[in-house]
Design a protein around this ligand. Structure first.
Ligand code: ATP
Ligand code: MG
Length: 394
């Protein structure tokens, strides 16, 4: 087995220009450093077009696996470093290609060191010839090879790489700003948070708790969910809003079929206020069109009317099964399906409105002083930080 020296990180979608690109690369470099902080020996070398993770003897596999979760990385390649002696290059190229699966290959030589005595085309012939002579079932295919063996002759050494692994894609976390994310204990909202993170957006979470109707177990559940998401965002702020009084006021004053609509309008009012306070320019949710009564387009319209902020709904058009697939991938599914009562499930009326009328909603809202209840809830927010480093909650 060959011991790889580096993992080369490629940016892909990040190929923007100018100052943005510099900021992106800096942010990505920091995110990578943070993701690999438990690997004491690795070094990170940030260049204009790539980031090199120097393995310094560490096993590549756990590092590669960790890097595959870092957003903003398009692809990852394992790199072997050898001397520029032609015999050394030939032998290394052969060793590397023997570890690959495939029937056809292509050698691609880049001569970054313009002083190097052998030209690229000749190098390509020498290396490919050596591989053909010393393997049994490999042939050259220059158009669509199974294995692309890249050889980069630089000033200081020769770098060879073949295996390329897919990265998470998207943008580096942090370049997209921050969203106030409504987190329930369900399946959808953690998935929505993950999709935002992948897009470079950090989240702060807001949760509406209605004790004693909802239990402390829900909060543990949220903490466990956020611990899973810490893999994508190492530190997450969770705001827990006391929602009981608002919910009771609604049920005392509002026709049953309108309770969910009003409750959700109150949630969005609170999210809007907190988002302003926390300097988040948008709100986000795990809503999915048509899933339940409050998620018909007509309901969304009436509910959304309480805020001017954009509301991002990453799961909006996804099928439940596809949302579940993602939740399994990010390991939140098993936590999400734990049976705990949510404030939405507790007061669920038998026949919630799927076509609420805004004028009726406004009439109901005149019947109680929700503004002071909202103020009171905001004055009593409980804040928790969920981070990778506090293991005891796990
Ligand atoms: P989820 O699986 O995310 O719970 P859901 O399909 O159960 O979603 P709803 O319960 O109608 O749908 O909630 C829709 C969205 O509203 C959730 O994805 C979440 O963003 C937000 N939400 C619902 N309940 C709460 C809550 N108690 N606290 C914070 N946000 C909530
Ligand atoms: Mg729910």
């Amino acid at each position: 087995m060959i011991n790889y020296d580096y993992i080369m990180v490629r940016f892909g979608e990040l190929s923007t220009k100018g100052k943005n690109k510099i900021d992106f690369i800096k942010t990505l470099g920091n995110n990578i450093k943070n993701a690999l902080k438990d690997f004491n020996n690795v070094g990170i070398d940030i260049r204009r077009d790539h980031i090199y993770v120097q393995l310094n003897g560490e096993d590549y596999l756990p590092i590669l696996t960790r890097l595959q979760d870092v957003s903003g990385i398009h692809a990852l390649s394992l790199v072997y470093k050898c001397s520029k002696e032609i015999d050394d290059v030939k032998a290394s190229a052969l060793e590397l290609i023997k570890q690959e699966k495939g029937k056809t290959f292509k050698v691609k030589v880049k001569r970054s060191d313009k002083q190097y005595s052998i030209h690229s085309e000749e190098m390509t012939r020498i290396i490919a010839g050596h591989i053909l002579r010393n393997t049994d079932n490999l042939t050259v295919d220059v158009h669509n090879p199974d294995i692309l063996l890249s050889v980069d002759m630089r000033q200081e050494a020769c770098y060879i790489f073949s295996s390329t692994y897919e990265g998470a894609g998207g943008y580096p976390l942090g370049v997209g700003g921050k969203s106030m994310h409504m987190l329930s204990g369900g399946i959808d909202s953690p998935v929505a948070a993950y999709l935002l993170m992948k897009r470079g957006v950090m989240v702060e979470c807001i949760h509406f708790a209605s004790p004693p109707y909802t239990q402390q177990g829900v909060i543990y559940k949220l903490e466990d969910l956020l611990h899973k998401l810490n893999r994508y965002q190492p530190r997450i702020r969770l705001h827990i809003i006391p929602f009981t009084k608002i919910q009771e006021a609604i049920y005392d004053n509002v026709d049953e079929s309108y309770c969910i609509t009003l409750m959700r309008r109150m949630m969005f009012r609170l999210a809007d206020r907190l988002a302003h306070r926390r300097k988040c320019p948008v709100i986000s949710t795990g809503e999915s069109v048509g899933q339940v009564a409050s998620q018909t387009l007509a309901s969304m319209n009436v509910i959304n009317a309480v805020t001017n902020m954009p509301v991002i709904r990453p799961c909006a058009t996804m099928d439940k099964l596809d949302i579940i697939k993602i939740s399994e991938k990010i390991d939140t599914y098993e936590i999400s399906i734990r049976p705990y009562e949510d404030c939405c499930t507790i007061f669920t009326p038998l026949a919630p409105k799927t076509m609420p009328h805004l004028d009726e909603v406004i009439e109901f809202e005149k019947k109680f002083d929700y503004e002071s209840l909202i103020q009171e809830a905001l004055n009593n927010v409980e804040v928790k930080f969920i981070s990778e480093d506090d293991e005891e909650i796990l």
